[in-house]
Ligand binder design. Structure first.
Ligand SMILES: CC(C)(COP(=O)(O)OP(=O)(O)OC[C@H]1O[C@@H](n2cnc3c(N)ncnc32)[C@H](O)[C@@H]1OP(=O)(O)O)[C@@H](O)C(=O)NCCC(=O)NCCS
Length: 166
């Protein structure tokens, strides 16, 4: 398995992987593949990593710039998607490890909205005052690279369609 940047030829397969992966996720909105397309169209995909095996795209991770309160420099991870037939083979972990390695080189930390039962293993956790309107606080998580405690609203790129002051 290889983790690498997306190429133009991967774009249709990325859309399929994201759509298929989210079908099994109860809280998915069905718009996740569209979010990736909008980020790409806006030049806002800070990272678009694919996991490739035997020439096939089997996983994908997107990251985009985000703010926490007024603080710039956060990398928002999501969506993260692994083909249902390839789950529990370490592919999500490999994508996340590479994303964090790259974000560490340039940013102050990573943040995401997701299941703490999965993301806790990478060092993500909720912080008092870290929020996204309409989301339970425990699913809004950050991994500050300097150990500081992030506080404020996690502001996503407008492609996510949240009602925020980006
Ligand atoms: C969540 C997802 C990305 C995980 O990818 P994956 O390649 O199957 O995960 P890994 O093989 O790297 O799993 C690593 C560990 O996390 C655990 N794990 C996997 N999915 C989990 C979940 N949804 N909740 C809790 N733990 C989970 C695995 O059991 C494994 O544990 P172990 O190291 O103790 O064996 C993938 O299942 C997926 O695409 N799900 C649907 C979409 C989704 O939920 N995306 C994230 C929110 S945007």
């Amino acid at each position: 398995m290889l983790i690498r940047n997306e190429t133009p030829a991967d774009i249709p397969a990325i859309g399929r992987v994201v759509t298929e992966a989210m079908l099994l996720l109860a809280q998915a909105t069905g718009t996740e593949a569209r979010i990736v397309e909008k980020l790409r169209a806006d030049g806002a995909l800070a990272l678009s990593l694919v996991a490739e095996d035997g020439g096939e795209v089997i996983g994908h991770l997107a990251a985009s710039a985000a703010r926490i309160g007024a603080q710039e420099g956060w990398g928002l991870i999501g969506p993260l998607a692994v083909l249902p037939s390839r789950r529990l083979q370490g592919i999500g972990t490999a994508l996340m490890a590479e994303a964090l390695r790259r974000l560490r080189a340039t940013g102050r930390g990573a943040a995401l909205v997701g299941d703490p039962g999965y993301y806790g293993r990478f060092g993500f956790r909720a912080y008092p005052g870290l929020s996204v309107a309409g989301c339970p606080p425990e699913v809004v998580q950050a991994l500050p690279f300097d150990g500081s405690a992030p506080c404020g609203e996690l502001i996503h790129h407008p492609a996510f369609g949240l009602d925020q002051q980006a």
